[in-house]
Write a protein that binds this ligand. Structure first.
Ligand SMILES: Cc1cc2nc3c(=O)[nH]c(=O)nc-3n(C[C@H](O)[C@H](O)[C@H](O)COP(=O)(O)OP(=O)(O)OC[C@H]3O[C@@H](n4cnc5c(N)ncnc54)[C@H](O)[C@@H]3O)c2cc1C
Length: 440
């Protein structure tokens, strides 16, 4: 049978794309070598635009029925706490700008285990009419006259199958087989990134999501499914070898350093699973599309976990690409036009700036004096704090918040209003201390 689209990879990017295309009446084959439900090497924080996508697709309740949510987060940088939330008007602007309408916008956050989230997405894709084959590994792309026209792969029964489609969608993650088979280049590669180790804890109540940073280390605690909290510690890849020499000890040591309160909570809590970890988080971009193929999610834009955005970006791609391909599959637009719509002005402009923002943060250099001053300046200025949080989560463009005129305004306002402006008397000594590897 000839499909309209074959989607390779059935998680946040692939299952969502298959779901949206199938709902528009297209014949979709979704394949994944995994079986579901299953986890992947990933934590699972969702920003409000991620939650809004689920709501737009009618899946939010299924998630919130089994996952705690909250409407405010804490970002604590070197002891400076910024609490707030992405402003609803910026969320609505984001959806109007990217997708042409702002229906279904919600302001909540959640952290959904992938074994829960990906299963909901795959089931929804099947219910919408996509043919779902799990345990199916794509091993070859079929090309004719320089154009991808299908895939060859091995199914769970051990047999090889050949399937054809008008377009093959690579949603197969950072090590994308589709991208490798096409020999696609990586660009804007950023090898410096974080190592990340996390586990699941019961016995304490963080209430809402907290993201911490101290010196060159980061940490997060978020309530998640099954009455547990996910607690994550991360640091610069140059320190990973020493960290790995004693994972449980260094995980606790890192948490104690980043936030003594979090360290204490974990020490008094019960670890419910093993400690998971990864070192493979370098950032890069790949071309978005070509003859007969298109990439979505991590296959196209992979980056460090430090702003917890990959799942939300995968959802964004799913909605953009399915809308664009629908026009072409329905015979309303040319393929070039459809792909230009997927690439879009807003997506392409901000993708590069945000990629740079994440990759620079992922180097985990200690905050500079002026950066700390900015955080002090933001304290007590709720509107700008919320705008900063929206920028960190890629709702508002990086270039707007960090433009010089805005930073000058913030500085001036803080000088007028804040008694503890520029309080970093011990900055030089602290900076020196932050440079030392605590795991060595
Ligand atoms: C440590 C860590 C923490 C993270 N924390 C967060 C977070 O808090 N919030 C957030 O939003 N993002 C987070 N991310 C990023 C997030 O995990 C990714 O952005 C997201 O998983 C991308 O989804 P995807 O569908 O593109 O790819 P993936 O989730 O990687 O799925 C790809 C799928 O393709 C399948 N596949 C691959 N090759 C083949 C083949 N040849 N044939 C068939 N199937 C194939 C795989 O089996 C897999 O199921 C984190 C990442 C890491 C590493």
């Amino acid at each position: 049978m000839m499909y309209d689209a074959i989607v390779v990879g059935g998680r946040c990017a692939g299952a969502s794309t298959a779901l949206l295309l199938a709902r528009q009446g297209h014949r979709v084959l979704l394949v994944d070598r995994s079986s579901f439900p299953s986890d992947v090497i990933s934590t699972h924080f969702l920003w409000p635009h991620g939650m809004s996508y689920l709501n737009r697709w009618g899946l939010l309740e299924q998630v919130t029925d089994v996952t705690p949510t909250y409407t405010t987060i804490d970002i604590v940088n070197d002891g400076i706490t910024l609490s707030g939330s992405v402003p609803p008007e910026l969320l609505r602007e984001y959806f109007r700008d990217l997708h042409g309408d702002d229906s279904g916008v919600v302001g909540s956050y959640a952290s959904v285990r992938r074994r829960v989230l990906d299963q909901i997405l795959v089931e929804a894709a099947a219910k919408a009419g996509a043919e779902v084959r799990t345990g199916f590994t794509v091993r070859e792309l079929i090309t004719e006259d320089g154009r991808v026209v299908g895939v060859r792969g091995r199914a769970a029964d051990g047999r090889t199958y050949e399937e054809r489609a008008r377009v093959v969608i690579g949603a197969d993650g950072r090590n994308s087989f589709v991208a490798r088979a096409l020999d696609l280049p990586k660009f804007d590669e950023r090898p410096r990134c974080t190592f990340a180790y996390w586990s699941y804890w019961s016995g304490f109540e963080p209430g809402r999501g907290q993201i911490h940073r101290r010196g060159r280390l980061g940490g997060a605690v978020v309530p998640t499914n099954f009455g547990q909290n996910m607690v994550l510690a991360w640091g610069p890849s140059e320190w990973s070898r020493e960290f790995r020499a004693d994972v449980p000890g260094n995980y606790q040591r890192a948490l104690d350093f980043i936030s003594p309160e979090l360290g204490e909570a974990v020490r008094g809590g019960t670890r419910e699973e093993r400690i998971y970890g990864t070192l493979d988080q370098s950032g890069f971009l790949r071309p978005l599309h070509g003859p007969g193929w298109v990439l979505v999610g991590d296959a196209q834009t992979a980056k460090d976990q430090c702003t917890a955005i990959g799942i939300t970006h995968a959802f964004r791609d799913a909605e953009l690409v399915s809308a664009a391909l629908h026009g072409w599959l329905a015979g309303e637009t040319a393929l070039d036009e459809a792909m230009a719509a997927y690439e879009g002005r807003r997506r392409s402009q901000n993708a590069a700036a945000y990629h740079d923002y994440v990759c620079t943060l992922a180097e985990m250099r200690p905050y500079r004096h002026d950066e700390l001053q900015l955080f002090v300046a933001l304290r007590g200025n709720q509107e700008e704090t919320d705008r900063f949080i929206a920028t960190h989560g890629d709702v508002a463009p990086v270039s707007e918040f960090f433009q010089a005129s805005n930073l000058f305004l913030l500085n001036d306002a803080a000088k007028e209003s804040s008694a503890d402006y520029a309080v970093f008397d011990d900055f030089a000594a602290t900076s020196r201390m932050y440079q030392q590897n605590p795991f060595a």
